[in-house]
Design a protein around this ligand. Structure first.
Ligand SMILES: Cc1ncc(COP(=O)(O)O)c(C=O)c1O
Length: 400
């Protein structure tokens, strides 16, 4: 069985959180941006036992762990059905194929996200239409979505078909506003929740906010396996069955005849076994991420704008991202202090070589500005209290 996560028993106390105790680099272990080794130390025995089970039964494809994990994820999120697949990109593609998105269709996506959101659209033969984002939440701007949908409808070359909001860094997009636009123009909503497993809006977890949600279990994600993995969540069992068919070459239930176009989109049984183990500590990890974010908020709040926390949302804290005027200078100084950081994203999608043919002529000013200012601080659940303080104090010293 798993041991409990020692971090969850000790919330950083508020005296320390205020930053009154100064932490020196020599007081702490080196900080990693993500620490899968520390996590593995907690679950190693359980993971080995579960992998041994797979080796014993030998069903490497579609073994019992697949159905078990689909059920567990459905229970965890409240989604009606969950279909595991090979990675988060494939999850997006399969959901689009299931909704018959293809050539001649426009799919509206934010310009400030990972490239996979755009490539999935192109891989199914549809056309990405880039939408700007809000400066505070970094998520899709619903007013700009409306403008872009109307422009496409007016031009008449493409059919507006789907919108793919991204829950960037763990924060759910503004689905109420997006839904209004989607309903008015008959668009389906597919949430890209690849960074947001564990995030919540109006009491619903990512996976059960939009009609369809894709996520990724890439190792560095909040819930990640030991390789590639992904899943799609739906409110409709029928849709889930279509996705199961698509992920297995579009075959019927007996897997004899291809009844639609499909692909090999399956998750390996061994990865499902790893995820079952990781899911058992996920609640504790989520809690710890929120504790770290609260300490960062407290120490950094006086000197900079904090990541937005809309009242109806619980952030999943896949990343703690802030914007800084001298982002690159601060980043270099943090590196000198052994504080690892990451930049997601250096470039807005519509400025990239592969996608610039789809760039709007007047650009997307907020996405472009963010790409010059954004920086993410480490927020993995295995940071010690002192490491958290050291990161926050280091940033505050440089920015304050
Ligand atoms: C927003 C977003 N969408 C899609 C993906 C694709 O997931 P995967 O790498 O599992 O294909 C990622 C992965 O980083 C992502 O961050």
């Amino acid at each position: 069985m798993l041991q409990s996560n020692p971090h969850t028993t000790s919330t950083p106390d508020s005296g320390t959180a205020s930053g009154s105790t100064r932490i020196d680099r020599s007081d702490i272990e080196p900080i990693n941006f993500v620490d899968l080794k520390a996590q593995q130390a907690l679950i190693r025995d359980d993971v080995e036992r579960r992998i041994k089970d797979v080796l014993d039964h030998g069903a490497y494809i579609n073994g019992p762990e697949i159905g078990k994990l689909e059920k567990a994820l459905s229970q965890w999120t409240g989604a009606e059905d969950v279909v595991l697949c090979g990675n988060g990109t494939e999850a997006l593609e399969i959901a689009m194929m299931g909704a018959s998105v293809g050539q001649g269709d426009a799919v509206f996506i934010p310009a400030f996200t990972y490239n996979a959101t755009a490539s999935a659209v192109l891989m199914v033969g549809a056309t990405p239409v880039f939408v700007d984002v809000y400066e505070d939440t970094f998520n899709m701007d619903a007013a700009d979505l409306e403008i872009k949908v109307e422009a496409v409808a007016l031009k008449g070359e493409l059919t507006p078909k789907m919108v793919v909001p991204v829950d960037l860094f763990g924060l759910p997009a503004d689905y109420a506003a997006i839904r209004k636009v989607a309903d008015a123009h008959d668009l389906r909503i597919l949430a890209d929740g690849a960074q947001a497993f564990g995030g919540r809006q109006d009491g619903r977890f990512v996976g059960n906010i939009a009609d369809m949600t894709a996520t990724s279990f890439f190792p560095a994600k909040s819930l990640g396996c030991y390789g590639d993995g992904g899943a799609i969540f739906t409110r409709s069992k029928e849709e889930g069955d279509v996705w199961r068919s698509i992920r297995w070459h579009g075959t019927d239930e007996a897997r004899r005849e291809s009844v639609r176009i499909g692909t090999n989109g399956r998750l390996d049984t061994i990865q499902a076994a790893v995820l079952l183990s990781k899911l058992s500590i996920f609640d504790q990890e989520l809690k710890r991420r929120a504790e770290i974010a609260a300490v960062y908020d407290e120490i950094l709040g006086e000197v900079m704008a904090l990541p937005a926390r809309p009242e109806n949302c619980d952030h999943g804290w896949g990343y703690y991202s802030i914007t800084l005027d001298d982002r690159d200078g601060v980043r270099a100084a943090l590196q000198d202090k052994s504080v690892p950081t990451a930049i997601y994203y250096q470039q807005a999608l519509h400025t990239m070589e592969a996608f610039k043919a789809f760039a709007p002529s007047n650009g997307l000013p907020v996405a472009e500005k963010l790409s010059e200012r954004i920086i993410s601080l480490p927020i993995h659940p295995y940071m010690s209290d002192d490491q958290v303080l050291y990161v926050a104090q280091s940033v505050r010293e440089l920015v304050g």
